[in-house]
Unconditional design. Structure first.
Length: 378
């Protein structure tokens, strides 16, 4: 049995979560990690390269891995992915918001030349209900898809602001760099959780594409309200609207609504809804209505449909995933198992670098639409 020699760049919250899950998968082994400030547990367990932001280069050249997992702050993803590809490695990249137009073009060009795989680590694709819904849609149960919605709706104020009401000065390492976007940008900072499953449901990137995009930003109240409640200083201008709504239309006439909502009080959700000519599914409430099947104008619980259209990944690995990946209800574990299966040429990973490039492009397009107060043609 082959074992995939793997190194990880970035051992913060996300990197450590992936390391823990990988330890339960026998065909992949973490042999080294790179982080400027690794914690004591990481230093005790793994060979660690911590020479500032350049340690990952020596880690890759020293260890000759087959796979490099990138879980570092967003601004480093491109240069680290390029270095990994140039050193003959497959790459798995944590998802993020787009930083500028055509951001992933150098990575796409390098991957083409080297024939190396890029795996976007977007876990929402691998949720049990999303994978089953993809099967249900492909079987035509909902008919022709007409409208979709989703988003990233997660109160991040505790991540961005500390208990003294200071923005960016948090104990959580991600908050230190992520909070800066809220004082300089105004757009959908994190579109991938919402848009990724929707692109599979509508076959965007294969038989359809987005042609128009319009974004709107609300006023910004949430961060300042939270800072005030902690007795902090609200003099730093907040540029990010509390709610960013992005409306898109595809060449086939499908409408997509995407919401970014991270600075107001609310429970976490990605707010998925799929509406077709024969029915509708509401992911947040786990309800479905199928014309001629469901009781007239009455929602059904989606459980029996999810079970009936269970995806092969969940049939193979679902029980183990639920037991091991309690934090994300199995979807991270399924994602890693699918990646390993693709590397081993046992199955196909459902998305690629082209999908990631589209998902993240929504960020700069939404910023441009808001700033210029107009619809953008893609």
């Amino acid at each position: 049995m082959k074992t995939i020699r793997t190194v990880i760049v970035g051992t913060g919250y996300r990197g450590q979560g992936l390391i823990r899950l990988i330890s339960h998968i026998d065909k992949i082994k973490v042999i080294a990690v790179s982080d400027p400030c690794p914690d004591d547990f990481i230093k005790e367990q793994y060979k660690c390269y911590s020479e500032g932001t350049e340690g990952y280069k020596r880690m890759i050249t020293d260890n000759n891995p087959e796979l490099v997992i990138i879980a570092s702050p967003w601004q480093y993803h491109i240069e680290q992915a390029l270095f990994a590809i140039q050193n003959n490695c497959n790459v798995a990249i944590e998802i993020k918001g787009g930083l500028y137009f055509d951001e992933y073009k150098p990575v796409i060009d390098a991957a083409r030349k080297s024939d190396k795989k890029i795996y976007p680590l977007e876990n929402t694709i691998f949720m049990r209900e999303h994978m089953a819904m993809l099967n249900l849609i492909n079987y035509g149960v909902l008919g022709d898809i007409v409208a979709l919605k989703g988003g990233y709706r997660h109160d991040l104020r505790k991540l961005l602001i500390n208990e003294k009401g200071e923005i960016g000065n948090t104990e959580k390492s991600e908050g230190i760099w992520r909070s800066k976007f809220y004082t300089t940008e105004n757009g959908d900072l994190y579109p991938t959780h919402g848009i990724a499953p929707l692109t599979l449901f509508s076959d965007i990137g294969k038989t359809d594409k987005v042609t128009e995009l319009t974004s709107f930003a609300s006023r910004a109240c949430g961060i300042n309200e939270y800072i005030k409640s902690k007795g902090g200083d609200t003099s730093t201008p907040i540029t990010m609207g509390d709610i960013i709504i992005t409306q898109m239309k595809t060449s086939k006439g499908i409408l997509i609504t995407l919401t970014h909502d991270t600075t107001l009080p609310r429970p976490k959700t990605i707010d998925i809804e799929v509406q077709g000519s024969k029915g509708i599914w509401r992911g947040e409430s786990r309800e479905i209505y199928i014309e001629g099947v469901s009781p007239y104008e009455e929602w059904e619980d989606d459980y029996k449909y999810i079970k009936q259209y269970e995806h092969r990944f969940w049939i193979k690995w679902g029980k183990e995933a639920i037991e091991i990946d309690t934090h994300h209800k199995g979807m991270d574990f399924i994602m890693l198992k699918a990646m390993v299966a693709d590397i081993m040429q046992e199955d196909l990973y459902p998305v690629d670098i082209y999908d990631l490039a589209f998902w993240t492009s929504i960020t700069p397009f939404s910023k441009k639409s808001i700033e210029e107060k107009r619809t953008i043609s893609l």
